[in-house]
Write a protein that binds this ligand. Structure first.
Ligand SMILES: [Zn+2]
Length: 327
């Protein structure tokens, strides 16, 4: 069907890029300002690709990449339709809140596919899935390190042998970032799933791509994410655009192990994002406000540090880093 029917966007016009201001359904979202959405409907039929950022509102290179794609993608050169939403969690974006949505203090990326009767974040993720994702043939959720996190660029998707998992991994590899993580269990215990896992559960190939961080707008990260989306479009035969140079094959990692502080205090890492660490290696310390060492941080696995908390203040059981492991 071309143009595709996405009821909340009303009629789409083939060969046109259109701007929409969308009120998402959900009682908790009733007073929200409308969210900007851009549809780029190709002149020719093809797949529907949904791309959003701002599930975490402080991941600015991801948000900027979606904004720029909305200005750049040329409908006359596209087969199919690209739907772009720069910011899902507008309250987090407006308030510069890392990790969670400030309305309910919930991390939206732990409550997919959401709940129409749940808290704000659950209603928001439910609306994203039911108004947008279910109408798509493929889904890209753009992220980065949050305001206190540095990271190396990587893609993450659900691991498994189902057709949707194989296709998701193909999208992740096509995206062209240096690391691809295929994971078979949630990285943190949570009420729900992360976006890509919930979307894969619906049978729709999905990938979460991360670049940039530390609350800044790094140009290189913006370009990596824009190029990645364009590479996925080429992979899906939506466009013949050839973004810059071909990418080397990514390193595939199959486990994502997160490391936490035991004590609250000052975190002094001896490593940086991208470093390879060995199990048992001393990779930092936590100090008290008197300057005493409270604990030595030990790598619990051997692997690549994919993200690292860079603000020194850490809480008891606070997140320090995520290590990608190849098995
Ligand atoms: Zn994020």
């Amino acid at each position: 069907m071309h143009p595709p029917k996405i009821p909340i966007l009303a009629e789409l016009t083939p060969g046109k890029a259109e701007r929409h201001l969308i009120k998402l359904p959900g009682a908790a979202l009733a007073k929200d300002e409308p969210r900007p959405v851009i549809s780029v409907t190709g002149a020719k039929p093809g797949p529907v690709l949904l791309v959003n950022a701002g599930v975490h509102g402080g991941e600015y290179p991801a948000i900027e990449a979606v904004i720029r794609l909305g200005k750049m993608l040329d409908p006359s050169a596209i087969a199919g339709t690209v739907i772009l939403m720069p910011v899902l969690s507008l309250p987090a974006f407006r308030n510069r809140t890392p990790f969670v949505c400030p309305v309910d203090n919930v991390n939206p990326n732990r409550v997919f596919p959401g709940d129409p009767n749940g808290s704000y974040s659950e209603q928001m993720t439910h609306a994203l899935i039911n108004e947008f994702v279910v109408h798509a043939d493929a889904y890209i959720d753009l992220h980065g390190g949050d305001i206190p996190e540095a990271l190396v660029p990587f893609c993450i998707c659900r691991g498994g042998a189902e057709d949707v998992d194989v296709k998701s991994k193909e999208l992740a590899i096509a995206f062209g970032l240096p690391y691809v993580l295929t994971v078979t269990r949630p990285v943190q215990p949570a009420k729900g799933l992360s976006s890509y896992a919930a979307v894969a559960e619906r049978g729709i190939p999905a990938v979460l791509a991360e670049a940039g961080g530390v609350g800044q707008l790094q140009e290189k990260a913006v370009e990596l994410l824009m190029d990645g989306v364009r590479r996925v479009m080429t992979h899906l035969k939506m466009s013949a655009l050839d973004p810059s140079a071909p990418m080397p094959a990514p390193a595939v990692l199959t486990r994502f192990e997160w490391l936490y502080a035991k004590n609250a205090g000052m975190f002094y890492p001896r490593v940086k994002a991208g470093d390879l660490v060995q199990m048992g290696e001393e990779i930092g310390t936590i100090g008290s406000l008197f300057g005493d060492t409270l604990e030595t941080v030990i790598a619990q696995v051997s692997g690549r540090i994919l993200f690292l908390t860079i603000n020194p203040s850490v809480l008891e059981k606070g997140l320090l880093m995520g290590i990608g492991v190849a098995e």
